[in-house]
Design a protein around this ligand. Sequence first.
Ligand code: GLU
Length: 315
Amino acid sequence: MTERCTRLAPSPTGALHLGNVRTFLVNWALARQNGWSILMRIEDLDHPRVKPETIESTREELQWLGLDWEHEMPLQSTDLQPCHAALEQLGATGRIYRCDLSRSEIERSAPHDDEQQATFPAKLRPADAGKRIECPSLTCNWRLMVDDCTEVIDDQFAGTHQFALSKSCGDFPVWTAARKPGADGGPTYQLAVVVDDARQAVTDVVRGDDLLESAARQQMLYRLLDRPCPNWWHVPLVRGPDGKRLAKRHGDTRLASFRTRGCTAEQIIGLMAYWCGMTATRTTMPATDFLSAFDLAKLPSEDVTLGPEDLQWLC
Ligand code: GLU
């Protein structure tokens, strides 16, 4: 039997907020209850948005809450060779093509609403798309041709979801050119996460359900790269009072800010336990108690809304 393994994969693009905390805590509790090993992988590929100081603070804050992990992976950006190899593999299957169109150029030919990114229309594919490419240049932008079929995600928490990728996103980027001409570009999140989860033998991916559609893209990549697909566990998000995913616009919900104001780890975890359907009221709770009481069956299937009483509890 293969050993099960999950990962905590924070992006150091901002400080941890209450929404991230809830997802990481669920991920950790699920792993510990089921005897999966846990690896920590900082996903620092989103270069212009990376805030280097949050690399260390994220680890430290999760440990302060009481989370732990067995393996520490190198920063994603320091080991891109496996992603080069995957790009070559995709090139050899005739699945990628060069595409330097900007987002606004794509949006002009693809009607979309403001909340969502435009679907890349197949009419923008170059005439030679589908041609096999030997050794694709690492300095170019490469896009992956999606199948005109339905990708079925069998999620262990969210249930079964179907995505027609040609409609939900269309061909999507797998490699982006560097800003500096002539320098190597790098893999997009979609390619890097598949390559790294596969080579680090991750069997169970637990994360927010805003990434459910991404799972469909990733599942297709697993198939094309001939690697085993992990089990998916997409859990609901924490939203602000306006119904939008928790973010800066909802004020300061960073863990660090509550901590500076004297809030304890037990208060934070107690709120998470309440949000996870484990307690009828907000209480204080150490991570060890959260772990023994966590029950995935009680996790609400709807998103949680951060309200004034939650903030009152923490302050
Ligand atoms: N690093 C990603 C994020 O923080 C997580 C990606 C994933 O779990 O696949 O949004």
